[in-house]
Every structure is written in structure tokens, then in C-alpha cells.
Write a protein that binds this ligand. Structure first.
Ligand SMILES: *Cc1c(COP(=O)(O)O)cnc(C)c1O
Length: 358
């Protein structure tokens, strides 16, 4: 069998959910499990959080149905609402918490005949300008929705654009915009993603929406997951499948872009971009080999990549190589590759087997 596996530590995910809850005592939290639980496996993550999670949040009806099949009672928040009116009966059948983010979705909801009323989350565009209604539209629609047969709870939700950059002025503007609407008697309010759960108590409201923090990555560029008390959930491990000496002036890999400046030992690792390792990761990106850091050397191939073992003379074929995880924070790898942990986690491909640790 090919030596590459993503080991998922479910206890770490439970720990991280508890960290989110501890940040905001008395509040509830939707565990965000969209995109196959950020690549960790939605079935296993929902099972692991079955007892402790107050609810789950997803990006599509298909994802919601998968969570509902695992959990009969949990509140399931459909973050972008229904993409077409014909999805509404299924949303009602599944008993979802439904975001409505625009005029079309609201008219479709008010025209629908549903088997039961839904908890509706009116989405406010507080400044991100991606989804949601302007504050004046929220005010206008409030009485119509409050009296509608399709609506059980009427709730308010918004999303931050810059909560990951501490002290960003737009965050304050967005919070003010949200608070300005709270003279309307919404049943529940939700504003905080992971960054706001961790850093902005004034944004905690009634329901948190932690995503990335559950998986043990940091939403901040200047604060590590460990500093935030989070435990990494995914460890991506491969092996050294070959080791060779490379003379000064010889190159390694496609494009011959990495050239030995000293007599070098180069290891070949059983992980490549078809597994989700970023092809654009530059030479120098950290890897963890035999208890020590080593540097990526040359271009990432489809199924393999190369590592400079010159300073690890004891490293040998068969040794474990961690791409990221328990010993090498994913945020460091993401930073070196010019991306974020979110992207690395969600791009681990289907051919990488997931192993679960309870
Ligand atoms: C994905 C998502 C979240 C979770 O964000 P994190 O930064 O991963 O915590 C919260 N709210 C909405 C609307 C989202 O789409």
C-alpha cells in the first residue's frame, strides 16, 4: 500500500470545540462542517461531536442531508440558504435552519408551501459585500417575515471580512452595523466565525460559528494554533521511498530548478500535488523527517516530492515524513506556500485514506 495517510484525531476536534465554547460561556455553537468538515470527513466529525455540538453548519442542501442522516435532532444551519426555490420543501423536510441572503430567496420562501415552518436566519450585509441584505432592507423585511407562516424563529446573522486581522477597522464597522439592528426583537443572533470566537467577545451573540479552529488551525497569521490552545486534528504522513546523493551543480526534479550548492542527500517522499500538497510550495517549505525539520527541494510532482536531507545523515528509506500535523503546524506550511490552512485542509484529495483516532 502506498505510504500516505491523513490521520484524523477526533479527540482533538472535541477539544477544540470545547475551547470555542469556553471562549463564550452560555452561548451555543454551530460546528461548521462544510466541505466534508474541512477535509476531515463529515460523517466521522459529526459522530465525534454528536453529544457536545449544539448544531452544525453546512454550505449546501446535499451537505445538510448528510448531516441529518447522522443526527436526527441537531440544528443544521444552511449557510448560503437554498440555491433555488425547489430546494425549500427538502429544507423543510430536513428541518433546517435556513439563511436567507437576498431578495430572491426571501420572495421564494414567502411564496413556498412548506410542511413545517423553518428557523430563518436573515443575513445582514454588514460590510463584506458578498451575501446579505443592507440594514435598511433588514428593517423593512422584519415585519413581513415575523408574521409569515413559513417562519418559526426569526434570527439575524452576519459574517466578518477581516476578523482574522486583529484590530482591522472594518471589523468595528461591521459589529456596529449588526448592533444597530438589535432593537428589532430577533429570536437569535449569530456573528462570530473562529477569529471572532477567539478574539472578539462583543461579537459572540447567541450562536457561534467556529470552523477552522475546530480543526486545530489558526485563523490569525500572527498567532499560532498552539498559542490559542488548539490541537491539530489532521496529520498528513508519508514516507521516504528513496534517498540519493546529489553532487554539487546537479539538479533535482522537474524544471531542474533546485541545484545542489553542496554535496547533498535528497530524499523522495510519497506525497504530491495529486494528494493535495500545494504544487506552488517553494523550495524551503518545511517538512518533518525523523523528528527534525527539513526543507522541500525543487518542484512538487504529482505523486512525489523531494526533501533535502543533507543535515539529517541518519534519515533512511522507510522513515516517516510528516507533511503537516502534530509535529509541524499546518499554518507554517501554508504560510511558506503562500496560502492558508483552510485551503490545504480542504484540498487533501479523495485518494488519501483517512484514518481515525478516537
Ligand atoms: C465557513 C463559515 C464560517 C466558519 O469560518 P471559520 O473562519 O472557518 O471559523 C462561519 N460563518 C460562515 C458564514 C461561513 O461561511
Amino acid at each position: 500500500m502506498r505510504p500516505l495517510v491523513a490521520t484524523i484525531d477526533l479527540a482533538a476536534i472535541r477539544h477544540n470545540y470545547a475551547v470555542a465554547k469556553r471562549c463564550a460561556p452560555g452561548r451555543q455553537a454551530f460546528a461548521v462542517v462544510k466541505a466534508n468538515a474541512y477535509g476531515h470527513g463529515v460523517r466521522e466529525v459529526v459522530s465525534a461531536l454528536h453529544e457536545e455540538a449544539d448544531g452544525f453548519a453546512v454550505a449546501s442542501l446535499e451537505e445538510a442531508a448528510e448531516v441529518r442522516a447522522m443526527h436526527g435532532e441537531a440544528r443544521i444551519l444552511l449557510l448560503e440558504g437554498c440555491f433555488a426555490a425547489d430546494e425549500l420543501p427538502m429544507a423543510a423536510h430536513l428541518g433546517l435552519d435556513l439563511v436567507v441572503q437576498g431578495a430572491e430567496q426571501i420572495e421564494a420562501l414567502l411564496a413556498a408551501e412548506l410542511s413545517r415552518p423553518l428557523n430563518v436566519w436573515l443575513k445582514l450585509d454588514s460590510g463584506m459585500h458578498r451575501l446579505g441584505l443592507a440594514p435598511v432592507a433588514v428593517r423593512e423585511l422584519f415585519p413581513r417575515l415575523r408574521g409569515a407562516a413559513q417562519v418559526a424563529e426569526l434570527n439575524l446573522l452576519s459574517h466578518f471580512a477581516c476578523a482574522d486581522e486583529r484590530g482591522h477597522s472594518l471589523t468595528e464597522v461591521q459589529l456596529e452595523c449588526f448592533l444597530d439592528l438589535l432593537d428589532l426583537d430577533f429570536d437569535q443572533r449569530s456573528l462570530a466565525n473562529s477569529a471572532a470566537v477567539l478574539m472578539i467577545p462583543a461579537a459572540h451573540m447567541d450562536w457561534l460559528r467556529p470552523g477552522i479552529m475546530l480543526y486545530g488551525a489558526s485563523p490569525f497569521s500572527d498567532l499560532s494554533a498552539a498559542e490559542l490552545g488548539l490541537k491539530p486534528a489532521m496529520t498528513l504522513s508519508a514516507q521516504l521511498i528513496a534517498v540519493r546523493e546529489v553532487a554539487v551543480g546537479e539538479s533535482v526534479g522537474y524544471g531542474a530548478g533546485w541545484v545542489a550548492e553542496r554535496p547533498s542527500r535528497i530524499g523522495t517522499v510519497s506525497c504530491g500535488y495529486a494528494d493535495g500538497y500545494p504544487r506552488h510550495a517553494p523550495s524551503g517549505t518545511p517538512l518533518y523527517v525523523g523528528g527534525r525539520r527539513a526543507a522541500l527541494a525543487g518542484r512538487v510532482s504529482m505523486d512525489m516530492l523531494s526533501v533535502d536531507l543533507t543535515d539529517l545523515p541518519e534519515a533512511a528509506v522507510g522513515d516517516a515524513v510528516e507533511l503537516w500535523g502534530a509535529n509541524l503546524p499546518i499554518d507554517e506550511v501554508a504560510h511558506a506556500a503562500g496560502t492558508i490552512g483552510y485551503e490545504l485542509l480542504t484540498k487533501v484529495t479523495a485518494r488519501v485514506p483517512r484514518r481515525y483516532k478516537a
